[in-house]
Ligand binder design. Structure first.
Ligand code: UD1
Ligand code: UDP
Length: 414
């Protein structure tokens, strides 16, 4: 079986680590690895490839930076050539980046089945580029590997067929366990510190929001260490915020860290302050409290478990929540001891499911199964036996749906 795995950014490299090793070990799998080069700096890519002993990719697509359209367009053109040349049985993508979306799109158009790892994650905020990428990727993928029960439910409620959705767990658990097992952890700093990461477009591309977050950090009563993403550094300079940042006495900006060092910094931090998806997942595994600089999260399990609080971007809320936590031992312990909501050994389960499907000749998904999608209106195609339901819609003369119809969409789901 020929499996082609795509990675392109820091979180994809880290979270695909265990699955890549699973494929590489399996004699039934001929594995092809493609790096889109969406992330290309040594500290955003190669450091993780080396630390996690990921084999040198067979292809680099060199898409690098650009607008969403430019980045995606470069990927579509270059990956199409690779897929036509290699003819894989399956393309594996993870997460919600432009590399994920572009790769799923090229493969789906070439009728190559796509397996999406981290399917069903939803922030329900369509202003985030990641949410667009998640929705489209799930819509066109053949195998949907939901990391949690909540994400599997999201997929069911969107009408994805149940025999296409698997809940194998979260690959982040595999990589964190592996790194902790093999590396001794030393305190990176003598004094107490909060670890900060921030790079999301909705925070750092908006000067008002970026300044507000920085003001919140300035009001925190302990030092804050920030391994800064290149996007954030670029925006701080573009928005003329460099001297403002230099004047924040409790903020220390450092270069992005390799994975072993970053986990070490997280483990010894007092609190982690972040807008990252991956970091929210890791903090709860490491028994630290997480404060998330966002209004929504695609990892609600971390909040429900009590280990994560959404603090948004307003300075007062950020500093007050952090300072309160630093002064309240009971509350601090409660958050730090929140139970891990993620299931382990995901990569093994995912690769087994893929191989089973290959042997059963059912990797691809040819049509939307209306029994699962529960479309309220009759659809017809040869061989389908979908009972028509009597749903009458009415619209006013301006084309608006009349509210009286809404009650008729009382679709029950088990
Ligand atoms: C991307 C993902 C985001 C993910 C993040 C992980 C999309 C739409 N966004 O955001 O979901 O959370 O990766 O880190 O795919 N840059 C460098 N060197 C690099 C890479 C980037 O300097 O190696 C700078 C460039 O100025 C670039 C900017 O960072 O314009 C943003 O990079 P880009 O890949 O567009 O998005 P990320 O912010 O990294
Ligand atoms: N990370 C790292 N070094 C850093 C910052 C983050 O190794 O300096 C790791 C982090 O542990 C997590 C991943 O990068 O596994 C998250 O990537 P990022 O925050 O860039 O993307 P997101 O998860 O938000 O898509």
């Amino acid at each position: 079986m020929k499996v082609l795995t795509i990675l392109g950014t820091r979180p994809e490299i880290i979270k695909l680590y265990s699955l890549i090793h699973e494929f590489e070990r399996n004699s039934e799998v001929e594995h092809i690895l493609v790096h889109t080069s969406q992330h290309y700096d040594f500290k955003m890519s190669q450091v993780f490839m080396e630390e996690l002993r990921i084999p040198t990719p067979d292809y680099f697509l060199n898409i690098r930076s650009g607008t969403h359209a430019v980045q995606t367009a470069r990927l579509l053109e270059s990956l199409e050539k690779v897929l036509m040349e290699t003819e894989p049985d399956l393309v594996v993508v993870l997460g919600d980046t432009n590399s994920t979306l572009g790769s799923a799109l090229v493969a789906a158009k070439l009728k190559i089945p796509v397996a999406h790892i981290e399917a069903g994650c939803r922030s329900f905020d369509l202003t985030m580029p990641e949410e667009v990428n998640r929705l489209v990727t799930d819509a066109i993928s053949s195998l949907l590997f939901a990391p949690t029960e909540t994400t599997a439910q999201n997929l069911y409620f969107e009408g994805h067929p149940r025999d296409r959705v698997f809940m194998c767990g979260n690959t982040i658990v595999d990589v964190v366990e592996e790194v902790l097992k093999n590396h001794r952890s030393n305190r990176p700093m003598d004094d107490e510190y909060i670890l900060l990461t921030m790079h999301r477009a909705e925070n750092v591309d908006d000067p008002q929001r970026l300044k507000s977050i920085l003001e919140g950090i300035k009001q925190i009563n302990t030092q804050v260490v920030f391994p800064a993403h290149p996007r954030t550094i670029k925006r701080i300079n573009e928005f003329g915020l460099k001297s403002f940042v230099d004047d924040i006495d409790n903020l220390e900006i450092i270069e992005p860290l390799g994975y072993v060092s970053f986990l070490n910094y997280m483990m010894h931090s007092k609190i982690v302050l972040t807008d990252s998806g991956g970091v929210q997942e890791e903090v709860i595994l490491l028994n630290r409290p997480c404060l998330t600089l966002r209004d929504s999260t695609e990892w609600p399990e971390t909040v429900w478990a009590g280990g994560n609080i959404l603090v948004g971007w307003e300075s007062k809320k950020i500093s007050e929540t952090a300072n309160k936590l630093l002064n309240n031992e009971d509350e601090y312990d409660r958050m730090a001891n929140a139970k891990n909501p993620f299931k382990e050994n995901a990569a093994k389960c995912i690769s087994q499911k893929i191989i089973e499907r290959y042997h059963a000749r059912s990797l691809s998904r040819k049509r939307i199964d209306l029994r699962f999608a529960k479309y309220p209106l009759p659809h017809l195609h040869i061989g389908a036996s979908v009972e028509p339901q009597n749903v009458s819609l009415s619209f006013d003369s301006d084309g608006n749906s009349l509210p009286k119809d809404i009650g008729e969409y009382n679709i029950s789901r088990d």
